[in-house]
Write a protein that binds this ligand. Structure first.
Ligand code: UDP
Ligand code: MN
Length: 420
């Protein structure tokens, strides 16, 4: 594979006289070939004196040999969980035995590029409150080719707490004097970053009540910024990562429930009054259990962290605050009948009907539950939105009220309540 470094990076001198780092890789049922590719690329492309150790945390994969066989490689250590912990508790376990000055977290399906580590360690060595990420290149899902990704991107998100890559604004681009300058990012994308070990511990590691996958990148990003640190993407460091369309592993509580629990914990601990916009975007989160957050609230207080308002003003002013975050929940009634969905065999999308609002015992009442957030009316049980379908052409055109997958850009899904 080719090395995609800016030629300017070659001219930039990175200090290599820095204390070694502990590389921590957690995995659950990772393919042996991709796991080996990750480790081989590290061993081939990193000056040995910068690696304290490579700590693998096998998160109770089906085959214990996946990890065991790898300890024959230099520097590699292996820990195996006796039950599935999820990536947060696994990373913490790896960090707890780390001997290096910094922690370098990686996913188990990466290929580090030439000279990837020095620029990261250099930045953290200068200022231990910086948490830094490489530019993440793409390892193609089908061909496993290494593909260069755009390098002037940073991490962003919407109010439903979904991560997205964002272009830098023209102003941000203009402020960067050199394309090798670090890019300040409101949020990190996930599991590829370097943090100084004592800073990681001081800041409260991770939220150990977060399960399996998801949301932890929001929690650690808000925490780092609000409690005195910063997040940066370093253009002279590149690591390839396999971006997958779907998780190749099981979520014992279901994918959506786990994501909601983890992001809800983040919103409740870190987002102050702005959590209302999260709930407006994710109304289902309102009723979901999310465990006890006392210790994380206490942590925030003890660290004397800034408010979420401060974060929005100083770190992410580009995130628009919605005009309307009202949420209404209930039934939609016409006389004695209520709007509900009826699943028909052979059809994925249910039909809309009116049926008696009072249901006989034993019949599912949730088919009549709707939430209105902003101008969208969403069916609680199916997560579908009230919409208009058009049939026919020209003068013959006919419209029908239906439910369809929610799509905020569709004007046919916008509704207003008008008081009569
Ligand atoms: N992982 C883990 N335990 C889990 C789920 C994930 O150790 O229960 C590992 C996974 O093998 C990977 C890392 O955590 O190395 C991040 O997960 P994944 O790559 O699925 O997340 P994505 O990159 O898609 O955000
Ligand atoms: Mn991954």
């Amino acid at each position: 594979m080719a090395a995609y470094l800016h030629k300017e990076c070659k001219l930039r001198l990175f200090c290599t006289d820095i204390p070694p780092t502990s590389i921590i890789i957690t995995f659950h049922n990772e393919a042996r070939s991709t796991l080996l590719r990750t480790i081989r690329s590290i061993l081939n492309r990193t000056p040995m004196h910068l690696i304290q150790e490579i700590i693998l945390v096998d998160d109770f994969s089906n085959d214990p040999d996946d990890c065991k066989l790898l300890i024959n490689l230099p520097k590699v250590k292996c820990l195996r969980n006796t039950e599935r912990q999820g990536l947060v508790r696994s990373r913490i376990r790896g960090a707890s035995i780390a001997q290096g000055y910094t922690l370098t977290f990686l996913d188990s399906h990466c290929e580090v590029n030439k000279d990837w580590l020095q620029p990261l360690l250099h930045r953290v060595n200068e200022d231990s409150t910086r948490v830094v990420c490489p530019v993440i290149d793409i390892i193609h899902l089908d061909t496993f080719n290494y593909i260069e990704s755009a390098s002037e991107l940073r991490g962003g998100f919407d109010w439903s707490l979904h991560f997205q890559w964002e272009q830098l604004t023209p102003k941000q681009k203009a402020q960067r004097l050199d394309i090798t300058d670090p890019i300040r990012t409101p949020i990190i994308s996930g599991g590829l970053f370097v943090i100084q070990k004592s800073w990681f511990n001081h800041l409260g590691k991770y939220d150990t009540e977060m399960d399996i996958w998801g949301g932890e990148n929001f929690e650690i990003s808000f925490r780092v910024w609000m409690c005195g640190g910063s997040l940066e993407i370093i253009p002279c460091s590149r690591v390839g990562h396999v971006f997958r369309k779907k998780h190749p592993y099981v979520f014992p509580d279901g994918n959506a429930n786990t994501y909601i629990k983890n992001t809800k914990r983040t919103a409740e601990v870190w987002m102050d009054e702005y959590k209302q916009y999260y709930y407006a975007a994710q109304p289902f989160a309102l009723d979901r259990p999310f465990g006890n957050i006392e210790s994380r609230v206490k942590l925030r207080k003890n660290l004397h962290c800034e408010s979420f308002k401060w974060y929005l003003e100083k770190v992410y002013p580009e995130l628009r605050i919605p005009k309307d975050a009202s949420i209404q929940k209930g039934k939609i009634r016409q006389r004695q009948k209520c709007l509900e969905t009826k699943k028909e065999t052979n059809h994925e999308i249910p039909k809309l009907t009116l049926s008696p609002c009072i249901k006989p015992k034993g019949e599912d009442a949730s088919a009549q539950q709707w939430t209105m957030t902003g101008s969208r009316i969403e069916h609680v049980a199916s997560h579908l939105c009230l919409d208009m379908d058009m049939f026919g052409e020209g003068a013959e055109v006919d419209r029908e009220i239906v439910v369809n997958p929610c799509e905020s850009s569709l004007m046919s899904q916008h509704w207003d309540i008008v008081s009569s």
